[in-house]
Write a new protein. Structure first.
Length: 147
C-alpha cells in the first residue's frame, strides 16, 4: 500500500537509506539528513510503500518545487513494481500542470540504469547536468513536462 509515512516510520526509512549510501553518500547518522527526514515525515512529505506494515520504499516530495527529492526501494524488493507504483503516486501528488523534476543518475552510470528507465517510462527526460552527488556519482536533472 502506498501511503504517507509518519515519524513512527523514521527508523524504517533510515534502514532504507543505509542500503543506498554507497550511491547517494552518507545519510544515516548525519544530523542534517536525519533532521530533514524527521521534518519531512512530520509534515507529510514522505510517501512510502508498506507491505504487511514493513516499509519497503520511500519517496520525499517537495510540492512547492514540484520535485521528487529522494526515492528508494528496499534492495530485496526491487523488480517487483514497487518503484512504479510509488512513482505513479508521486506524479498524482505533485502538480501535473507544472513541470516535475528529479535529480538522478547520469546516463552511463550502471547503478542508475533501472532508475533512469523508470523515470523515462513515466515521461521524464534529461534536461541538464546535475553535477556529482555526495557519493561522487554523476547526476542529471530530469524533467517531466506539464500535462
Amino acid at each position: 500500500m502506498i501511503t504517507y509515512l509518519g515519524f513512527e516510520d523514521m527508523q524504517a526509512v533510515l534502514g532504507l537509506a543505509s542500503q543506498v549510501e554507497s550511491l547517494f553518500g552518507p545519510m544515516v547518522g548525519v544530523a542534517d539528513f536525519e533532521k530533514g527526514l524527521e521534518d519531512c515525515l512530520k509534515t507529510g512529505r514522505v510517501l512510502g510503500c508498506k507491505v504487511q506494515n514493513d516499509v519497503c520504499g520511500a519517496a520525499i516530495v517537495d510540492r512547492d518545487g514540484n520535485e521528487l527529492c529522494w526515492f528508494v526501494v528496499d534492495s530485496g524488493k526491487r523488480g517487483l513494481g514497487i518503484g512504479a507504483r510509488m512513482l505513479e503516486k508521486v506524479i498524482v501528488e505533485l502538480d501535473p500542470g507544472r513541470e516535475m523534476t528529479v535529480q538522478t543518475f547520469a546516463p552511463g552510470v550502471p547503478e542508475g540504469e533501472a532508475a533512469r528507465r523508470l523515470y523515462m517510462k513515466y515521461g521524464f527526460a534529461d534536461r541538464e547536468d546535475g553535477g556529482l552527488n555526495p557519493a561522487g556519482i554523476r547526476t542529471v536533472i530530469m524533467v517531466r513536462e506539464k500535462k
